[in-house]
Design a protein around this ligand. Structure first.
Ligand code: DLL
Length: 423
């Protein structure tokens, strides 16, 4: 028997039909981007390509890439392909220098987004009868609201608890008989640990499935989560620029994440040369959106390292699978699901008197959650100063970093010239 799918007609489409659909949608996306977004017109003109020339998948490689930097330079609305009055939602994610990127959605985009997160949820074992605790942060982050609407579309009962407050999460899980947990894998581990401390056994809960994403994790973490929470755990992937969660998700085979190919064309490229790699080779994932109205992205460099698996999946879904993300091409860190670039830390430090631009980021796990410690060199004058002043500076740095990064950090001031210099 074939697995349960949210939209079997699309999810099990033949490869030929998928490619036909992709080419048609690509053509109209390119046209819209070219004629409505001056950034794309200039970019294509600069590369001497016109949308009409792209008639096959191999022609795609003629098109230039889009990067996060492009989004930042066109902050906030410069890359939108529709007038602002047609935008019904904005989300935002952190950028490399503190300038965030803004993403917009039309009514149709939101409809599609719900459809795609519904597919991911159903692939992960969710149904109408489930009670889903969404422990991603609600707000500008795409994680919670993206999955929220998909869950409602499926007909599940949504508990929009948001992140934080582990004891309350556990209490609600018990009281509401939550069957599905949606959060980052590290937060799930943290909850498992807290449950053990509180003496709550998974047998007292009704948990059945966990859908985890927004940060990299391993098979070992999956094994632990499944055992400690007594659930089936699946991975799901997405990025706000391209949509948010819903880009890809695992089915019950747990052997790669099916990419919604009727909405995105994936490519894997050599991160150094940008050359398209043959199917199955590992490299950087590049995504082209083919159904988005507000913010079409052509050949967007995700920075995520993976490979594409075109082998048929026993679940019956025909959409290509991506292997779990194994790393990043840039220096972005993901701390408790939040993206952090070292350059953000740098720009905070530069603005604070008394610190030097020499710093080191130490990411550690004492329990199960990543912790970020920032070591900062202070100026000579200050270091010989009274301890009170140093403490005040430490607080100032910590508050400024927490404000800029949106996560808690520990700050350690160190003596001048003690951090190792890189050449
Ligand atoms: O993290 C969207 C999301 C929310 C996906 C909830 C899944 C669940 P951003 O904050 O823009 O969006 O971060 C995107 O996070 O480029 C990856 O580096 C990383 N990432 C997201 N999902 C996974 C995953 C959301 N399943 C960036 N495995 C991406 C590994 C992931 N990395």
């Amino acid at each position: 028997m074939k697995a349960r799918m949210w939209n079997p007609e699309i999810e099990a489409l033949s490869r030929e039909d998928i490619e036909q659909l992709q080419l048609e949608r690509l053509q109209s996306t390119l046209n819209r981007a070219y004629y409505r977004v001056s950034f794309y017109r200039q970019l294509f003109d600069g590369h001497g390509v016109v949308p009409e020339e792209v008639a096959s998948f191999s022609d795609l490689a003629k098109l230039p890439f889009t990067t996060k930097e492009d989004l930042r330079q066109n902050y906030p609305y410069g890359m939108f392909a529709v007038p602002l009055r047609d935008i019904v939602r904005l989300h935002s994610s952190t950028g490399t220098t503190g300038t965030p990127t803004v993403v917009g959605y039309t009514r149709n985009d939101l409809k599609h987004w719900s459809e795609l997160t519904a597919r991911v949820l159903v692939a992960g074992g969710v149904g109408k009868e489930d009670i889903l605790q969404i422990a991603f942060d609600y707000g500008m982050f795409t994680g919670a609201l993206g999955l929220h609407y998909g869950a409602e579309l499926v007909g599940a009962t949504v508990v929009p608890i948001s992140g934080g407050n582990p004891d309350r999460q556990i209490q609600i899980m018990k009281d509401f008989r939550t069957t599905g947990l949606l959060c980052t894998p590290s937060y799930a581990l943290f909850l498992a640990e807290r449950m053990e401390e509180l003496g709550v056994s998974p047998a007292e809960l009704s948990l059945r499935v966990g859908l985890f994403g927004a940060e990299p994790w391993s098979e070992e973490v999956r094994r632990q989560l499944e055992e400690r929470l007594n659930i089936s755990a699946t991975d799901n992937y997405g990025l706000s620029e391209v949509m948010g969660p819903g880009v890809s998700g695992e089915c019950e085979e747990k052997a790669g994440l099916h990419i919604a190919e009727d909405h995105f064309i994936p490519e894997v490229v050599d991160p150094e040369t940008g050359e398209v790699l043959p199917p199955g080779e590992q490299g950087e994932l590049v995504l082209t959106t083919i159904a988005k109205e507000a913010l079409p992205l052509i050949r967007y460099r995700t920075g995520d390292i993976t490979r594409l698996v075109y082998d048929p999946c026993p679940c019956g879904r025909t959409h290509v699978r991506m292997e779990r993300v194994s790393g990043r091409t840039d220096d972005m860190l993901i701390i408790r699901g939040v993206n952090v670039f070292p350059s953000q830390v740098e720009s905070v430090l530069m603005a604070i008197e008394g610190t030097t631009p020499h710093y080191q980021l130490v990411v550690d796990r004492s329990g199960v959650l990543d912790e970020l410690e920032v070591w900062v060199e202070v100026g000579e004058e200050l270091f010989s100063d009274e301890i009170k002043k140093l403490e005040a500076l430490e607080r100032e740095v910590r508050d400024a970093l927490e404000e800029a990064l949106g996560i808690s950090v520990r700050v350690r001031l160190v003596e001048p010239k003690t951090l190792e210099r890189t050449s």
